[in-house]
Design a protein around this ligand. Structure first.
Ligand code: PRP
Ligand code: URA
Length: 208
């Protein structure tokens, strides 16, 4: 499935600030959360609606509410945690699962260390959250894990992606719609995204 690249001016403006190396941890966190909230608006555009009858102070009328499957957000630790606040502002009733993965320094391959998902994940629309898709190994594994736990409807929201990572997602999970705020040039020899924003986990949590 073709990735959906978000070109909304508000998102592009905030991306410029998160890329800037002079942006400190507090502002970085706030921006990632705001970008996630704006992206979630688009990623939930196809949620099904049903009509209900309500009474306004003036009269009875028919109006729409979200129907059908409920949502689950699944951040990939650590950096995906930075997106959770933003998406929960829009969908406060969603459940949240967690997948812990880190990239091995030498092989750049993901190593799984944690997985806790809602027991009813099979009945939910699942949106996996990770701000960075570099080689794509981490999100491909995260999506595989949620599918192995029964998820049938999965989307991925990332802030910055490299073409290599999106190509791997398309190859391994062609059924998953990817929402991405910026498609960058490529990877350096350490598999970091160029121009990217550096190490998202370190910048969110002030480590390093
Ligand atoms: C980062 C990022 C992704 C992964 C992307 O996490 O949040 O999960 O790297 O790289 P990939 O597409 O090549 O797999 P990292 O491994 O640095 O872990 P951290 O968030 O715990 O620091
Ligand atoms: N993980 C990050 O946080 N940044 C990159 O550029 C690549 C992987």
């Amino acid at each position: 499935m073709k990735p959906f690249i978000m070109d909304h001016p508000l998102i592009q403006h905030k991306i410029t600030h998160v890329r800037d190396k002079n942006t400190g941890a507090k502002e970085f966190r706030e921006l990632i959360s705001e970008i996630a909230m704006l992206m979630c608006y688009e990623a939930t555009r196809d949620l099904p609606l049903e009509e209900v009858e309500i009474e306004t102070p003036m009269m009875k009328c028919k109006s729409k509410v979200i129907s059908g499957r409920k949502l689950a957000f699944v951040p990939v630790l650590r950096a995906g945690l930075g997106m959770v606040d933003g998406v929960l502002k829009l969908v406060p009733a969603a459940k949240v699962g967690h997948i812990g993965l880190y990239r091995d320094h030498d092989t750049h391959l993901p190593v799984e260390y944690y997985c806790k998902l809602p027991s009813d994940i099979g009945e939910r629309e699942v949106i996996v959250l990770d701000p960075m898709v570099a080689t794509g190994g981490s999100v491909v594994d995260a999506v595989r894990l949620v599918k192995e736990h029964g998820a049938k409807h999965v989307k991925l929201m990332c802030v910055i992606a490299a073409p290599e990572g999106l190509a791997l997602m398309e190859k391994e999970h062609p059924d998953v719609q990817v929402y991405c705020a910026a498609l960058d040039e490529g990877l350096n020899e350490d598999a970091y995204i160029l121009p990217g924003l550096g190490d998202a986990g370190d910048r969110i949590f002030g480590t390093k």
